[in-house]
Design a protein around this ligand. Structure first.
Ligand SMILES: [Zn+2]
Length: 233
């Protein structure tokens, strides 16, 4: 299961812009995606892609590693979308909104708004304090202000609250496995295991040297493979 598409789309659109949604959909669930690959897949320039990624980076939603291109001498950046941080940010924004809506609901429910019922003064609407200042009379026509029928507004706010609560119930399941596993790693490990267990049985010197070479190789590879784990958080 992937971090809910609905959540991602809504969040990314809100904080980074609609154009970034497709980028996130591309890198979500993957680790260390080359910015050149992203640019190629989205048919954009690397600079455009970086601009989009920085918008996410400013909200801590992506992390990167970089490697120097030995031939060209520049750095290539590899990006990972942080689903957990995205989810937490989503929760935080929604909870803020919820708090705001509940305050509004409270005000509306208390019937604290007053309007003028005459047709020409449709826009006159004030809270209790303001209405009191005007002695509960319309500043435009002088008619007595009436407590507003707020059931429609209340219903609308309640619907919004329910919608947010529904989204807050969407569980979070992280899909990214932080330690990238590439199939060659497994194969190497298997062969290295075999060689170590097989070692004592080998008696001919020729074979021994051949096996030794393999273990040396695998040891080298093992250490280079460990590097990406540094980026774990
Ligand atoms: Zn009026």
């Amino acid at each position: 299961m992937v971090l809910d598409t609905e959540i991602v789309t809504e969040l990314v659109e809100e904080i980074a812009g609609r154009d970034v949604v497709q980028l996130v959909e591309l890198i979500k669930g993957k680790v260390d995606v080359s910015e050149f690959k992203i640019a190629e897949k989205l048919n954009l320039t690397v600079n455009q892609v970086r601009n989009m990624l920085y918008r996410l980076y400013s909200h801590n939603l992506v992390s990167f590693t970089r490697k120097k291109d030995k031939k060209k001498g520049w750095y290539i950046y590899y990006w990972t979308f942080d689903e957990l941080k995205a989810y937490n940010l989503f929760l935080r924004l929604k909870k803020d909104k919820l708090k705001h809506l509940k305050e509004r609901l409270e005000n509306e429910s208390e019937g604290n708004y007053f309007t003028c019922k005459s047709e020409d003064c449709g826009a006159v609407r004030m809270n209790f304090e303001m209405a009191m200042e005007h002695n509960f009379k319309c500043p435009d026509c002088g008619k007595v202000l009436e407590r507003e029928e707020s059931s429609k507004r209340i219903n609308a706010i309640e619907r919004e609250i329910n919608e947010i609560n529904r989204r807050l119930e969407i569980p979070f399941v992280e899909t990214v496995k932080r330690a990238p596993r590439k199939t060659p790693t497994r194969r190497i490990r298997k062969t290295s295991k075999k060689t170590t267990t097989a070692k004592p049985k080998i008696k001919t010197t020729k074979k021994k040297t051949a096996k030794k070479k393999i273990t040396k190789k695998t040891q080298k590879k093992k250490t280079t493979i460990k590097k990406p784990t540094r980026n774990r958080k």
